[in-house]
Design a binder for this molecule. Structure first.
Ligand code: SAH
Length: 467
């Protein structure tokens, strides 16, 4: 069932916004005002904010997708691009499952190995990771591949899709033990589509907390079609786009808590969301991406990522391109429905791991949005070429894969009582249904055709989906 965003644009407001002059005229008046714009009360502009001001000056309000892209991936000032940012770990802005426990990566590797052994055990295989962060997940997976003689000799290549040179350096340092070996070979790519075809090789793909960093557009349904929610300067009196209601603004700006349940710690009002006066090409395209969106009532607001759709299709093509096939695991925040208020910022600076305003220090914080796994599955299945499995909640997925057995074995060999307790506590975090175990969904994808039995551990999910 879809969760519906709150009503945000009354028909009265809508009709008045539709009567206003065309966008071009508004952009001109906005541009002339922005030229006179002087520093406000909200502190110094970040480098990304300077770019935003210039961009608005040239072409008018920005989409949320452009905002996310600038904040995260601007070549020099983007959050992931700047080596000064301590992104991961207890001293960084957030921590992720592979950083918490080695068991996470080990069990993902076991599932992928199982699929390979089931469908093409005599063929070589390769592993592709999207957004590998510090390289910890890949390191844990490679350890598993090396442990089994059957897989040790069959792994040909490791492909890492990573745009950030700073992150690439971290990954190289973590994986240097294989960087200097001739086999498997390791290669970095800017995009999934840059990965070469590899006939006769089974392809494994893993994407953990990657899709939630891809840009989303925020669109709102009106009685005249889908409009786009854009970002303008709040002190710009010349902006005559419809302002969202206070209720919806609250939802859009603050969203759900990603890392904690705390309220936003800092609120900036330099930037404000505004509604485009007419449908845009992008809002119309995205609003029609899924038949589910057609059933949403007027006033619904949803985050939709065309980049996630494209990534899903690229994964399906990679898995299916050669006769040997492949499989993939996608693990991320989200569920099988769209959301309209999940955009959030994770930033340690000033906030001590609490969630802050979406416009807090642009470029200096992480920004994510929940993944609509239903859209992901629709995108994978549009040619009916791959089989999607699940989703399962992370906690359930790990339990079914035998996380307790693995933990017991690690605890047995741990040298101290402190270490034993730490191992147990860490894994409890990964499976806790009220924490990471419940917030993350796991989607399996395989080139194999589903029989009556389905595939372990997604066996009964289609009938008893707990997402
Ligand atoms: N999977 C890791 C890191 C998640 S953070 C973990 O779970 O620990 C997101 C990662 O994706 C970072 O390495 C970031 O640099 C990378 N990234 C973000 N956007 C990207 C894009 N468009 N293309 C490739 N990599 C990207």
């Amino acid at each position: 069932m879809l969760r519906l965003p709150r009503q945000s644009c009354s028909s009265k407001v809508l009709s008045s916004c539709l009567q206003r002059p065309y966008r071009q005229a508004r952009i001109r008046s906005l541009a002339s005002h922005v030229r006179q714009w002087t520093p406000d009360d909200f502190g110094p502009l970040t480098d990304i904010e300077k770019i935003m001001v210039n961009s608005i000056k040239a072409t008018g309000p920005l989409s949320f997708a452009t905002y996310m892209q600038l904040c995260l991936s601007h070549p020099t000032h983007g959050y992931y691009m700047n080596p000064q940012h301590a992104v991961f770990g207890t001293r960084g802005d957030f921590t992720t499952s592979p950083e918490i426990s080695q068991v996470f990566g080990e069990l993902l590797a076991v599932w992928l190995l199982e699929r390979w052994m089931n469908s093409a055990p005599s063929q070589p295989f390769r592993i592709i990771e999207l957004g590998p962060g510090r390289g910890t997940l890949m390191d844990d997976m490679l350890r598993v591949f090396r442990q089994f003689p059957a897989s040790r000799a069959k792994l040909t290549n490791v492909h890492l899709v990573e745009t950030s040179p700073a992150m690439r350096a971290l990954q190289e340092s973590k994986l240097k033990h294989i960087v200097h070996e001739s086999s498997p070979g390791i290669a970095w790519h800017d995009a999934l589509d840059d990965i070469p075809r590899s006939p006769d090789t089974y392809t494994m793909v893993v994407a953990h907390e990657f899709l939630d960093a891809l840009p989303v557009h925020l669109i709102e349904k009106t009685s005249h079609g889908w409009h786009e929610v854009l970002i303008a300067l709040s002190q710009d009196q010349s902006v005559r786009y419809t302002m969202p209601t206070a209720q919806t603004t609250e939802n859009v700006l603050h969203g759900d808590s990603r890392k904690s349940a705390s309220k936003p710690q800092a609120v900036s009002s330099r930037w404000t969301p505004v509604l485009s006066p007419t449908p845009t090409a992008m809002s119309t395209l995205l609003g029609n991406l899924s038949p589910r969106f057609a059933n949403l009532p007027v006033g619904s607001r949803i985050e939709v990522s065309g980049t996630v759709v494209k990534t899903a299709r690229s994964i399906a093509e990679l898995i299916m391109q050669d006769s040997v096939g492949g499989s993939a695991l996608v693990v991320d925040y989200g569920a099988e429905h769209a959301t309209g208020n999940s955009l959030r910022v994770g930033c340690r600076v000033l906030s001590q791991h609490k969630i802050v305003d979406i416009f807090h220090r642009p470029g200096e914080c992480d920004i994510t949005a929940n993944v609509d796994f239903a859209l992901l599955k629709e995108s994978l299945g549009h040619d009916g070429i791959v089989t999607s499995l699940g989703t399962l909640r992370q906690g359930e997925f790990l339990k079914r894969l035998g996380v307790q057995l693995r933990v017991a074995s690690l605890i047995r060999t741990a040298p101290t009582m402190e270490r034993k307790k730490a191992i147990e506590d860490d894994v409890s975090r990964l499976v806790d249904p009220l924490g990471m175990g419940g917030q993350y969904a796991v989607l399996g994808i395989t080139s194999e055709k589903k029989g009556d039995q389905g595939f372990w551990p997604f066996l009964d999910v289609e009938h008893n989906n707990n997402v």
